[in-house]
Design a protein around this ligand. Structure first.
Ligand SMILES: Cc1cc2nc3c(=O)[nH]c(=O)nc-3n(C[C@H](O)[C@H](O)[C@H](O)COP(=O)(O)OP(=O)(O)OC[C@H]3O[C@@H](n4cnc5c(N)ncnc54)[C@H](O)[C@@H]3O)c2cc1C
Length: 264
């Protein structure tokens, strides 16, 4: 099985409080950059399929040329190869532009059986890229996959995790699936894997390499324009310590207070 895994480099959300909207708009976010946590599950699932059926796992990342943490982490986990998609013409792409670039890279890489994405990117969080990618490539898309039941001859059967239960879906291959965290437990990179990632030659493909029209991607091709970005106002929180001689007294006061506030 030839499996492609689009992986996104994102700011570590643990550092969210110190990230300023102006940094996001300029694309110059000073926070630590990591592999999108959802994409670790996608890489892990691709590696498990490769381990049971053979084949190759290739990570694809779109972003600035030096934004290599995501692809390096994918290689350190066990991916066989990686490619970066980077060009000044790609800056400020919207989700459809992102999908078009990943689709062009998939075509350039040759024949593949499956594309596995994360459920969402923790920064943009639109969950649109996998669907737009499948649509652009003319392939079936199955989102929120929590389990791969079977990969048969030319088809895949999966379980989708929905709010009110699980849905079992079979689609022909090649296909695009997006995965949720219930699907597996991602492995930690090995020491050898980290060394391999450090030495890996990761090609950078621009508009010319991908054969994409620069007017259809990047800011020029974006149908969605970011015009404003702001943090929600901080919520005012009042803290009150419930005093009392005994635990019973404290509990009674707490319950009275909760009833007065109409919480219970
Ligand atoms: C400086 C800057 C300006 C921007 N301007 C705009 C704008 O004007 N209009 C607009 O609509 N958006 C804009 N964006 C957002 C950007 O286009 C989105 O981050 C991108 O399209 C991916 O969407 P998402 O994060 O919602 O991914 P999701 O759809 O939530 O991601 C789902 C999955 O798709 C894959 N994926 C997503 N992104 C990538 C990637 N880059 N590389 C590889 N795999 C990926 C991953 O597997 C991921 O788990 C801007 C971003 C930046 C940093």
């Amino acid at each position: 099985m030839n499996i492609l895994v689009p992986v996104k480099q994102v700011p570590d959300t643990a550092e969210l409080p110190k990230i300023q909207p102006s940094e996001v708009v300029s694309g110059n976010i000073k926070a630590t950059q990591i592999l999108n946590p959802w994409d670790e599950y996608a890489v892990e699932e691709a590696l498990r399929i490769k381990e049971s059926k053979g084949g190759k796992v290739t990570a694809i990342s779109f972003g600035p040329a030096d934004a290599r943490e995501a692809v390096k982490r994918a290689i350190a986990m066990g991916a066989d190869a990686a490619v970066m998609l980077s060009d000044d013409a790609f800056a400020n792409s919207d989700t459809l532009g992102t999908a078009k670039l990943i689709a062009a890279a998939a075509k350039k890489l040759g024949e593949f059986d499956l594309i596995i994405t994360g459920k969402a990117a923790v920064d943009g969080d639109s969950q649109v890229v996998p669907v737009a990618l499948g649509r652009t490539l003319g392939l079936p898309v199955v989102t929120y996959v929590a389990k791969i039941r079977e990969i048969g001859d030319g088809s895949i059967t999966v379980e989708r995790l929905l709010e009110d239960g699980r849905e079992i879906v079979t689609v022909p291959l090649p296909a695009v699936i997006s995965v949720v965290k219930e699907i597996n437990e991602p492995r930690y990179p090995t020491f050898m894997g980290i060394r391999k990632a450090t030495r890996a030659k990761i090609p950078v493909w621009g508009a010319g390499d991908l054969g994409v029209d620069p007017s259809e991607v990047g800011e020029a091709g974006a149908a969605v324009k970011w015009t404003n970005l702001r943090k929600p106002p901080a919520r005012e929180v009042k803290c009150e310590i419930i005093e009392g001689e005994t635990v019973e007294e404290k509990v009674k006061t707490l319950v009275d207070r909760l009833i007065a506030e109409k919480v219970i």
